[in-house]
Design a protein. Sequence first.
Length: 275
Amino acid sequence: MAKTGKWTCFFAGIALLVALALPASASSDLPVTVDGGDYPGAVRLIDGRSYVALRAFAETVGGAAVRWDPVRREATAETDSLLLRAADGGHILEANGRALWCAGGIFSEDGTLWVPLRQTSEAFGFRCEYDEASRSVRLTREADAILPASRAYDADAFFWLSRIIEAEAGGEIFEGKLAVGTVICNRAASPDYPDTVRGVVFDTAFGVQFTPTANGMIRCTPSRDSELAAAACLEGYRMTADMLYFINEDLATSFWVPSCCRYITTVGNHDFYGD
């Protein structure tokens, strides 16, 4: 099938060196209560998603110490039980080693870093509920912080998923790593493939599925980005629900995938397909 609409997408950061500051105005687009009391900071609604200023929320609600790295353009909020990172222009809120996907992104404006309310509050151990009747959000503390990755993810799944992502897409942009992780997880969820990440990675039912399992590259050490991509996929992120194959046509020796499967998209050096 001919490829149409071929594109490469990447997550571009906003090139601002900023400090994190409490907004000058605490006016809110959405009322929020925290354990029954009004949240004193500003809440913004953007395209149906609610955002809070990270420093204001982390310090007033989470009791966290907040630092800003102007080189990485990354904020860190830390308590005794939580290490949270948020990068300006990114889509991942990293909390205790977990990767919480933020579809609308993380952004800075006028010296303030804005992060999604739901993911941020869950990182700090709150249950986040929207009350339709009052058109407000209720946060109720359930724990000191979100469970760490070591307790939230199956260790074997994380081990092999992060390594196949690194082996296949170590040199790709972050979205390329997410796409490879999507393929592995979609296969594990499909009745046509083994039902575990390890089973998918080492599947040989129709020949070796992934070259790194044959040439030894699967034993690589994953980068932080490959681990974050694996974590995001284990949290439930999927680029699409039907993405099952990928190929780098410059390196491939077999071309049955592009000749027999439905083209979906291209990310970096890989073309992705579905049935």
